[in-house]
Design a protein around this ligand. Sequence first.
Ligand SMILES: NC(=O)C1=CN([C@@H]2O[C@H](COP(=O)(O)OP(=O)(O)OC[C@H]3O[C@@H](n4cnc5c(N)ncnc54)[C@H](O)[C@@H]3O)[C@@H](O)[C@H]2O)C=CC1
Ligand SMILES: O=C([O-])CC(=O)C(=O)O
Length: 265
Amino acid sequence: MTTPTRIALVGCGAIGTSVLELLHGDPALKVVAVVVPADAIASARKAAPDAQVGSALPAAGIDLVVETAGHAAIEQHVLPALARGTPCVVASVGALSATGFAEKLEAAAAAGKTQVQLIAGAIGAIDALAAARIGGLDSVRYTGRKPPQAWKGTPAEQGRDLGALARETVIFEGSAREAALLYPKNANVAATVSLAGLGLDRTMVRLIADPATAENVHTVEAEGAFGSFELTMRNKPLAANPKTSALTVYSAVRALRNRVAALAI
Ligand SMILES: NC(=O)C1=CN([C@@H]2O[C@H](COP(=O)(O)OP(=O)(O)OC[C@H]3O[C@@H](n4cnc5c(N)ncnc54)[C@H](O)[C@@H]3O)[C@@H](O)[C@H]2O)C=CC1
Ligand SMILES: O=C([O-])CC(=O)C(=O)O
């Protein structure tokens, strides 16, 4: 029998808990450690009774770190893990929108002679977009549309009552960099699309609160030497967090399975 890849899961909320459920019993992928802030340790122990749960990554015995926690966790846990030589899979791609942070992440991975993998998360066609970039892209536009409640606790609340919106309302228009910085829990996709395509400053983003939708709807329109495409995803949000699409969980699990599969797709 082959020994399983020993995973440390950073973050154990809506995504992390679902990832744990999907990996349960997997002979090739075993979550041996869970890292959360001190006030979340008790609930993480319930979700991962067989794992070592704490506020810091174990010093040894980890083959792969998977981040499903939020932007701050990249600085706190992913950067040091990479520098130590542990490969990392990252969901909070929007963290790379902070000036110089992508370079910092790359430098840590290079120093550790390892790799950081950014998952596609809630969006598709990242393969097509990244391939199209090689031929040259002219424009990439991303629109994120979510129900008003998904924008609670964000700058979208300033000057408006989200609960009282009668019609769709554009809450942000600007670059992917600004979107990802202003909406760290809602615009990771904007950062992912831009990193695969035209970059954080040239990718145009619109974010919309729409009382007529119950889904997280992501649209990408890209044009370039390859031709053009329009993609619309109508994602179901996770019950545990309306900001987050269920597809993000499946994308993380796919990335993990691909790391150990004999045939990866
Ligand atoms: N790439 C993508 O398409 C998407 C990415 N995301 C990212 O995933 C993150 C997690 O999403 P959810 O699970 O829905 O959020 P959540 O709020 O349900 O869970 C977050 C978890 O991380 C823990 N946490 C917070 N700060 C931490 C830190 N510094 N170190 C370790 N653990 C920490 C919390 O205690 C909690 O267990 C989001 O903040 C967002 O950055 C979310 C949706 C889509
Ligand atoms: O899960 C989603 O639909 C997208 C999301 O929150 C993000 O881009 O951060």
